[in-house]
Design a protein around this ligand. Structure first.
Ligand code: NAD
Length: 482
């Protein structure tokens, strides 16, 4: 059973507190942390957004969000009522003067102060400026910024520069919620708290790595936003890059925010530029029941990719010769995210050409069924002679953590608590984000220069045929999306 260590008393302001992300993730997550006993009674959560609400109105909004997004068995009317007493609301205009004086009066200077920017990135600069101009922020306050962090190197640099005018890097928490996932952190524990894996964790023993983030949903609803972004910007530059870094990085000298982030940055800097032959872009077609990507995006001539597969090489001593294959897309066969470390063949098979033989694979599943399995070869049980069979060594930690993993905090819950603790390990540093864009930009510029058109793929398939070829031509194959 997990231990819960309460954080310090805090005032957390959620700019965009009436928005979709606040409703679905941030506020229900805070409720769960409250019920878990992690939020001290003196703490306050202050919604700040454009809507004209009072405390009662905001509390009603949050009560509904909890009703909708917290499973019934984790809800308790009395606990909800107590939680709501910690909530306040101020109507604020990020671009104007409304509300700032009230907010300034409400915020206490003698507790941890955090400001969550859950608004459009175009408002980040305004918020930073006004927090400062109205003397609300202190040198100890923290700001949390949501994705997307820029859409290319230039805009990311500009955003970093704007935030840096008012806040030190040690105050800025750039969210990548993938880093808050239990499994992703376990990846570090498995690598660096065991002697078993690290000696094999290199190009001598790892044949290749596959990272898949597959979704079944289309872009309907947020099609207009997505159409300006595409899979490369929306998933690869941030989330998949972070996963790649955690797999590829050297051991940090200690589990310290900058030590970890220094090692991740070195990986990003070591990435080879990707040539067009090593990339497949795709766009989903209509199915019997679902619309095509261009229809969902309301842009009939869209050339934005809803799928991408690419072969990435990390040019350093550890990884030279071991490709990382990345693949992500919408409207794929299943909702499944997995990192697979595929090990090499044994140097010599004493069993002859054994049909049952398979490579060892360490599979790290992010969803569904978070957990890890290591496939190992054993003798098929019984008297049938020496036949090999593959069995999974199951390291699911949902069970280890209590019944059906219900105690595992959602990524947002954990990350918000880390902000209050002042721990930046699981947040992206400004230079990391810029380095990732510096690698991404030329790839996107290449498509734009030649007017690249994505390949069509059937809805609920594994993506375009060409993506299969990307591995076939290297005599490898993708793992099933299941
Ligand atoms: P939303 O449009 O649902 O909500 C926007 C919020 O901003 C509202 O509360 C609105 O009142 C407030 N707002 C708008 N203009 C304002 C102004 N001038 N002054 C003060 N407040 C203002 O947006 P969202 O989906 O909640 O997204 C918020 C942020 O989170 C965005 O940066 C988005 O990219 C990011 N994000 C959202 C999701 C998601 O699932 N919704 C996922 C990842 C990242």
């Amino acid at each position: 059973v997990s231990r819960v260590i309460p954080v310090e008393t805090f005032d957390l302001v959620i700019f965009g507190g009436t928005g979709d992300l606040a409703r679905r993730k941030i506020l229900p997550g805070l409720y769960r942390r409250y019920v878990a006993g992690q939020i001290p009674e003196g703490s306050r959560i202050i919604g700040a957004a454009r809507a004209e609400l009072d405390d009662a109105g905001f509390r009603a909004f949050v009560a509904e969000a909890i009703e909708e997004f917290v499973p019934a068995k984790a809800r308790d009317a009395e606990a909800v009522a107590r939680f709501l007493e910690h909530l306040h609301y101020v109507s604020v205009d990020a671009k104007g003067t409304t509300g700032w004086k009230e907010l300034g009066k409400l915020i206490r200077k003698d507790v941890v102060q955090a400001f969550y920017f859950s608004v459009a990135p175009s408002l980040f600069g305004d918020l930073a400026e006004r927090l400062h101009g109205n003397k609300i922020a202190t040198p100890d306050s923290r700001i949390v910024v949501e994705k997307p962090f820029g859409r290319d190197l230039e805009s990311a640099r500009a955003l970093n520069a704007t935030l840096a005018e008012h806040f030190a890097e040690s105050q800025i928490y750039r969210i990548d919620h993938y880093l808050g996932k239990e499994t992703v952190q376990n990846l570090m524990a498995v690598r660096f708290a065991n002697i078993l894996f690290e000696p094999l964790w290199n190009a001598r023993h790892v044949d290749h790595v596959q990272i898949t983030v597959a979704e079944t949903v289309g872009v309907g609803g947020r099609g207009a936003y997505y159409d300006r972004s595409g899979a490369m910007r929306d998933m690869v530059q941030n989330h998949m890059m972070q996963l790649l870094c955690l797999i590829a990085m050297e051991a940090p000298y200690q589990f310290d925010p900058d030590a970890v982030r220094d090692e991740k940055l070195k990986v990003i800097r070591a990435l080879e530029p990707v040539t067009p032959e090593d990339i497949v872009r795709g766009q989903y077609r209509a199915s019997k029941d679902t619309a095509s990507y261009p229809a969902d995006a309301e842009n009939p001539n869209s050339t934005t990719e809803s799928f991408i597969a690419l072969k990435v090489e990390v040019a350093n001593w550890r990884w030279k010769g071991t490709p990382f294959y990345l693949r992500t897309g919408k409207r794929l066969r299943a909702r499944a995210s997995e990192i697979a470390i595929v090990f090499k063949e044994v140097p010599h098979s004493i069993f002859g050409d054994e049909e049952g033989w398979r490579e060892n694979v360490l599979s790290i599943r992010l969803q569904p069924n978070e957990g890890m399995t290591l496939s190992v070869m054993i003798k098929e049980p019984g008297p049938g002679g020496m036949r090999l069979t593959e069995v999974p060594l199951d390291m699911s930690f949902a069970e280890a953590l209590g019944e059906d993993g219900a105690d595992i905090p959602d990524a947002y819950e954990r990350l918000i608590m880390d902000v209050i603790r002042g721990n930046q390990t699981l947040f992206m540093r400004g230079d990391e984000v810029e380095a990732a864009w510096a690698w991404t930009d030329p790839i996107i510029a290449g498509w734009e220069a030649k007017g690249d058109k994505p390949k069509g793929y059937d809805a609920f398939s594994s993506g375009p045929e060409d993506a299969l070829m990307l591995l076939h031509r290297d005599a490898r194959r993708w793992r099933e999306i299941a």
